[in-house]
Design a protein around this ligand. Structure first.
Ligand SMILES: *Cc1c(COP(=O)(O)O)cnc(C)c1O
Length: 404
């Protein structure tokens, strides 16, 4: 087993070797521009792009014409949110999202607020769920878009897409979902789930970085978007720019593999994740699981370790590539806004670890990771005066701390 052990598949995945094989000829022999209509180089590239469009559409139960290529989910989210806001401004100026969304949704929403739009940022409960009654009550005649992610990238909580989609359809507002973390992990069906716009990124599903797509519904209703880049009018005029043919081909192959192998891969991932959690909780029963324990991604575990200092914990498990509950911003160590939104205090947010497993994770790696974390938490606790007090039966919540 090689270290560091990679357990950060929610940050990015390696390319599946089959994806790389499929991409290779498009760097060299088949290098045409998919927009070149007058020769075979262009036709070959275009045929490959259209095959990939079909492969991604298939994963979503969409029509290939409803897939627009982008540079990733950040661009897809920006195009969906700003594109709808600008196109439907006559109808209304209100959008709805949730506080636990990715920055690639929150920041475009905040930008729109500076442009005269009103945005409702729905709160979430301890599991990371929005209250659907609260969502229904927030939708007015002026609401043009609801954007709620399929699966949260930090804690893995799944939003009930079909219910949200049905509600939006009934209320006559468009529904966008950032499904970056959900692709290949849960069933996505834009018809059954009444989704109007959906964002995906190749590098979270064993494809290359720098390519993604936006699904845009073509009928019932036909969704229109204001383009965010002006240029050659590619992608039905909604996203100009020469296509990243190699990337697109890779994303298509990645989507094909997800469709074909999800049914066998997901139970395997869930078993590995459950094994990891079981091993940690057997040794550290006071560790805290974050997120919904039922409606959640199969490959992700987010756990807080009370009475240890988060930064020391992460520094202590350098053989593991995992994410911490602290976002290192320029100046300070900020606790994750997602964990804080779930109601965790700063201490528990700081001392949390996100383990995200993937296609190439082994049992040996999972056991090694669990043992390393357990050993490190125990070592840090031995040195912690707080832990000593807890062992002596002191209720820390009742302690009055004085600062000298
Ligand atoms: C990674 C991620 C993004 C950003 O995707 P890029 O393709 O890297 O721009 C957006 N949303 C979620 C939920 C993500 O996990």
């Amino acid at each position: 087993m090689k270290t560091p052990v990679y357990l950060d598949y929610s940050a990015t995945t390696p390319c599946d070797p089959r994806v790389v094989q499929r991409m290779l000829p498009f760097f060299t022999e088949q290098f045409g521009n998919a927009a070149s209509r007058s020769h075979a180089f262009g036709w070959t590239a275009e045929a490959a792009v259209e095959e990939a469009r079909g492969q991604v559409a298939n994963l979503l139960h969409a029509h290939p014409k409803e897939i627009l290529w982008t540079s990733g989910s950040t661009e897809a989210n920006n195009l969906a949110i700003k594109g709808v806001a600008q196109m439907y401004r006559q109808k209304g100026n209100h959008l709805i999202t949730a506080v636990t969304e990715h920055k690639a949704v929150l920041d475009p929403m905040k930008y729109l607020e500076t442009q005269g739009f009103e945005v409702t940022f729905l709160p979430v409960d301890r599991q990371g769920h929005v209250d659907l009654d609260q969502l229904a009550a927030a939708i007015t005649e002026r609401t043009i878009l609801v954007s709620l992610m399929a699966a949260n990238n930090e804690v893995g909580t799944l939003h009930p897409l079909a219910e949200i989609g049905a509600l939006c359809k009934q209320k006559g507002t468009l529904f966008h979902t950032d499904a970056t973390q959900a692709a290949g992990k849960i069933e996505l069906d834009v018809e059954a789930q009444h989704i109007d716009l959906l964002s995906l990124s190749a590098h979270k599903m064993y494809g290359p970085k720098g390519v993604g797509c936006l699904y845009v519904r073509r009928k019932n209703p036909r969704v229109r978007l204001t383009a965010q880049m002006d240029g050659g009018g590619h992608e039905r005029g909604m996203r100009s720019g020469t296509l990243n043919v190699t990337g697109v081909v890779g994303m298509g192959e990645a989507a094909r593999i997800c469709s074909a192998e999800m049914a066998t891969e997901v139970p395997k991932l869930r078993a590995l994740r459950d094994r990891l959690e079981a091993r940690i909780f057997a040794a550290l029963p006071d560790a805290v699981r974050n997120g919904d324990q039922n409606a959640r991604l199969p490959h992700l575990a987010n756990v807080s370790f009370p009475y240890v200092e988060g930064e020391s914990l992460i520094m202590g498990v350098k053989e593991l590539a995992v994410s911490s509950g602290s976002a290192c911003t320029s100046a300070s160590l900020e606790p994750s806004y997602v964990l804080k939104s779930l109601g965790l205090g700063d201490e528990l947010a700081h001392s949390s670890i996100r383990f995200s497993l993937g296609r190439f994770t082994t049992e040996a790696e999972v056991d090694f990771a669990a043992d390393r974390v357990v050993a490190e938490v125990k070592r840090l606790r031995e040195m912690s005066p707080l832990w000593e007090m807890v062992q002596e039966g002191v209720d820390l919540a009742q302690v009055k701390w004085t600062v000298h």
